[in-house]
Design a protein around this ligand. Structure first.
Ligand SMILES: [Zn+2]
Length: 439
């Protein structure tokens, strides 16, 4: 049976455009795709429709976390060291635990369930170097019903030997993962995942780029997160004018590339990323936690660089994209304060609507899935989050005069206390409901 959902819809259309339907209606077909979104109650295209009324609630597109690490969630909230010592002290020992496939499956189930509880309908995650743990993560994603873009982490140097796989050994492992899971249904996708240039030889980077092109996969990696990381990369890859050139030289840059962080990219690198159609994934919580820096968001948007948003657990200490959206706004303000102190010109900080765009349609565009995900439009999957913003009101017994849809969303972002995510829907089905029931 199809569904008709009523509520207040916030529908990002572009960086600076948002459609708001105060009492809107979304009609969903039997398969879970959107038939229409309108301020009027349009008749269905025949067949039966269940009417579901969220009249007093906010509805946003499903949140898309475009950069996170499933295997690091176990130490979220501790370890605020700079990037390279942090990897050695916390990350690699934690990732080694995933040799235990049962643990990998159990944790993956819990991780994806938490994503759904927080309104994330699509997650793009690094697993570990272990092929079995990656199979287990796909199995868990399938069971929970989340949309998952997952990758076995490729490393062949500067990491513990157990986490290193040569290009020759990695190829059959990755091909088996692709064959088993990639597009098994509309929700599961494999991602080519070279961790970063420091932990990959040229041969492994070439493999990662070839996989992305040959199988039409996204490719995720890290770039210019930390100044020591940049200088170490250029030492390991002499003869390159900058960090990006290393990835370019070995075929890792194209429209398929999701480049985590990118805080310290030069102007030339930003222009080349834009020309290649690659995306930068902004990870503001992580960037502050490890003291990496603040992304020059407005400058990069003005230069036409595509930007998405990611929690980057565990350097980001929470899986909530609503928190991450707030942090993106606050980081943008902090960056402006620094510019002001330096006597440089300042433009508007990121708005609430932009933060929602980055958390939804921005992620879909980075994944090249904007035709099926990211906002409310005919033919797209009905992935959405229902928000009960009553929980965010300072005085719950009083009606607030600040009740525009944007003001209500602002309160949800800034006062994210228990219960604001009412329910999470993927492909027209409720797969998390704070009251325990599913539709
Ligand atoms: Zn990361």
């Amino acid at each position: 049976m199809g569904k008709i959902i009523r509520g207040t819809f916030l529908n990002p259309l572009s960086h600076d455009q948002i459609q708001i339907l105060q009492s809107g209606f979304m009609r969903i077909d039997d398969d879970g795709r959107i038939e229409s979104i309108s301020s009027q109650h349009l008749p269905g295209k025949g067949g039966n429709y269940e009417f579901i009324d969220f009249e007093n609630l906010l509805i946003i597109p499903g949140l898309i976390d475009t950069h996170t690490h499933l295997s690091q969630f176990g130490f979220a909230g501790i370890g605020n060291l700079p990037l390279l010592p942090w990897l050695n002290k916390y990350t690699f020992p934690e990732e080694m635990k995933y040799r235990d496939t049962e643990l990998a499956y159990r944790r993956a189930l819990s991780f994806f369930q938490r994503c759904l509880n927080l309104g994330t309908t699509t997650v793009v995650a690094y697993i570990t170097a272990h092929v079995e743990a990656t199979h287990a993560a796909f199995g868990a994603a399938e069971k929970t019903g989340i949309r998952a873009f997952l990758g076995q982490v490729l490393m062949d140097r500067n990491a513990p030997p157990e986490l290193c796989v040569s290009a020759k050994s990695a190829l059959p492992q990755v091909e088996a993962l692709i064959k088993t899971w990639h597009q098994k249904n509309d929700r599961l996708h494999f991602v080519s995942t070279p961790r970063f240039a420091i932990s990959c030889t040229a041969e492994l980077l070439v493999l990662a780029g070839d996989l992305a092109r040959n199988y039409d996969l996204p490719l995720q990696t890290h770039i210019s997160e930390n100044l020591d990381e940049i200088s170490e990369t250029l030492k390991l890859y002499p003869g390159n004018k900058d960090y990006l050139e290393v990835y370019e030289r070995y075929g890792c840059i194209g429209e398929f590339s999701l480049l985590g962080h990118g805080i310290h990219l030069t102007l030339g690198e930003q222009h080349r990323i834009k020309d290649a159609g690659a995306s930068v994934v902004h990870c503001p919580t992580s960037n502050r936690f490890l003291g990496s820096g603040a992304l020059p968001y407005r400058e990069m948007v003005n230069r036409g660089v595509k930007i998405a948003l990611g929690t980057d657990v565990a350097a980001g200490y929470d899986l909530s994209m609503l928190h991450e959206a707030r942090e993106a706004i606050e980081t943008s303000k902090t960056h402006n304060m620094i510019l002001t102190a330096l006597g440089r010109p300042v433009e508007n900080a990121m708005s609430i609507a932009e933060a929602l765009y980055l958390s939804t349609l921005g992620g879909a565009i980075a994944l090249r899935k904007e035709n099926s995900l990211g906002n409310f439009a005919e033919g797209k999957w009905a992935d959405f989050v229902v928000l009960d913003d009553l929980h965010a009101l300072p005085f719950k017994e009083e009606v607030s005069e600040h009740d525009s849809a944007i003001e209500r969303l602002s309160r949800v972002l800034y006062r994210p206390f228990g219960g604001t995510v009412h329910s999470t829907w993927v492909g027209g089905k409720s797969i998390y409901n704070s009251k325990g029931a599913s539709t």
